[in-house]
Write a protein that binds this ligand. Sequence first.
Ligand SMILES: [Zn+2]
Length: 87
Amino acid sequence: MEIKDVLEKVLNNIEVEEVLSFELSEKETKSYQKFYKKHSKKCKDKMDTIGTSHIETTFTPTSLGNFVSVKCKICGKIKDITDMDNF
Ligand SMILES: [Zn+2]
């Protein structure tokens, strides 16, 4: 393998890592916390005691930006918290 091939491989891997690591913006974090708190209160009685989070976060990467949605695993409510400022 030539040096340039190795370099290309390394660079490709970096790109993959960037794509796979997601971060919430400040706005999205606030929306997440709001949703989390609301459903901690509302769905508290049905929450399991193991301590796993009742909120599921889904990231959908697109060429424009990441769509982020949160879902309460207890009542099934889904909320889109995508920060459109990032697009
Ligand atoms: Zn809920």
